[in-house]
Design a protein around this ligand. Structure first.
Ligand SMILES: Cc1cc2nc3c(=O)[nH]c(=O)nc-3n(C[C@H](O)[C@H](O)[C@H](O)COP(=O)(O)O)c2cc1C
Length: 369
């Protein structure tokens, strides 16, 4: 790992050195002959800067490209347990989503249901049972019921389901997929006390007390964040929780925005996204999106528990990313999204005002196209 990062750094340095040599090229000699020395030096610096930044940008894209190609199923297909499970969740979610529409179309989703059962069979044969498999079976069960209620002939699917269920017979646990009934009343009752002030009082907190955050409280915040939406409910978000002071200091040493307060944080969360849940080129940015959404939920969850937090950017070059992963054993299939520093808040303290743009500036109501 480290060697790769060093090699990359060396490549950038080589490109800078290359610029120094430009004076020896025909263009360099021409400019040297016809322009004043100050201007030649300025041009040389610009060329060197351009090469260095472009090379860095290009190598960063290549880094992302390689990671996505290797760990998602975009080019490899579902060749691992995690990838196959992601395909299964994606497929069963298509069915449960269909059943949650205002007027589901009778007969919808037959090819998907067949494909899903086939993937479930592969999973059972290769990797055995998993929760995703149980959930998928429950969805297909409900799907068959829905189709039968609408007099759709789906014997081929229900027979296959039956056969599959027989193979899983010894298992007593049940799946949780399908649809769940909710009422407006219960949603209203639950959101009744949530006022605008909940949102207005969330700040990036850069002052924490010495009091450690209890494990229970950390777990509660994670539980709350778990309801974050994600593409086809594939839930790529992962989180590494650091409470040990050495581990926290190590993580923060790679991050450039925590000076003066990071060391006070009782907990550092490293939010990541598991690339193996993504299936094609179109999803190449989904890890950042879903991981970012998860991070926001976690920030609000911490806020709802009276804890302070500050999101910490992970806008780094590949070399730093590699070094941090290696230092903290972040699995290779995970994309680092950001860190979050959190802790108990003092009785009274200052936050940056961070004024916001007016809604009118950031919004366009589309009235015609
Ligand atoms: C992805 C992300 C990365 C951030 N990185 C840092 C950081 O490295 N250091 C820091 O002090 N604040 C960081 N912030 C916090 C922002 O400065 C802050 O959210 C913004 O100024 C708005 O202020 P508020 O969060 O108090 O409403 C980050 C915020 C986001 C969303």
């Amino acid at each position: 790992m480290k060697n790769k990062a060093l090699a990359e750094g060396a490549a950038v340095e080589r490109s800078a050195a290359q610029c120094e040599q430009d004076a020896g090229t025909p263009l360099g000699s021409f400019l040297k002959r016809h322009l004043p020395e100050g201007m030649v030096n300025a041009l040389r610096m610009i060329a060197s800067w351009w090469r260095r930044t472009n090379l860095m940008l290009f190598s960063s894209f290549i880094y992302d490209f390689r990671r996505y190609r290797k760990w998602s199923s975009a080019t490899s297909g579902a060749n691992s347990e995690a990838k196959l499970q992601a395909h299964i969740v994606k497929e069963y979610h298509g069915l449960e989503k269909g059943m949650a529409l205002p007027n589901p179309r009778p007969g919808f989703g037959k090819p998907r249901a067949k494909d899903l059962l086939q993937n479930c069979e592969h999973h059972l044969a290769r990797y055995g049972l998993s929760q995703q498999l149980l959930d998928a079976v429950e969805v297909v069960r409900q799907y068959c019921l829905f189709q039968e209620e609408h007099d759709v002939d789906i014997r081929d699917i229900s027979e296959r389901l039956e056969f599959f269920e027989k193979r899983m017979e010894p298992v007593k646990e049940s799946g949780r997929g399908g649809t769940t009934k909710v009422t407006e009343e219960e949603i209203r009752a639950a959101t009744h006390g949530v006022a605008e002030t909940f949102f207005d009082t969330r700040h990036s907190v850069r002052q924490f007390t010495d009091l450690a955050v209890d494990r229970q409280l950390i777990e509660e915040s994670l539980k709350r964040a778990q309801r974050t939406p994600s593409v086809c409910n594939r839930q790529c978000a992962r989180v590494h929780v650091l409470t040990d002071s050495k581990a926290k200091a190590k993580a923060l040493s790679f991050q450039n925005g925590n000076r003066g307060f990071g060391s006070q944080a009782s907990v550092i969360f490293i939010v990541t996204a598991d690339l193996s849940v993504f299936t094609d080129a179109g999803e190449r940015f989904q890890g950042w999106i879903d991981g970012g959404m998860y991070a926001m939920s976690l920030v609000y969850a911490l806020h709802s528990l009276g804890l302070g937090s500050c999101t910490l950017n992970w806008s780094v070059a590949p070399g730093i990313d590699r070094r941090m992963r290696s230092a903290l054993n972040i699995p290779e299939n995970e994309l680092v999204i950001m860190m979050i520093a959190a802790g108990h808040i003092p009785d009274s303290f200052k936050v940056a005002s961070s004024p916001r743009l007016p809604v009118e500036v950031t919004t366009r109501f589309v009235t015609e196209t």
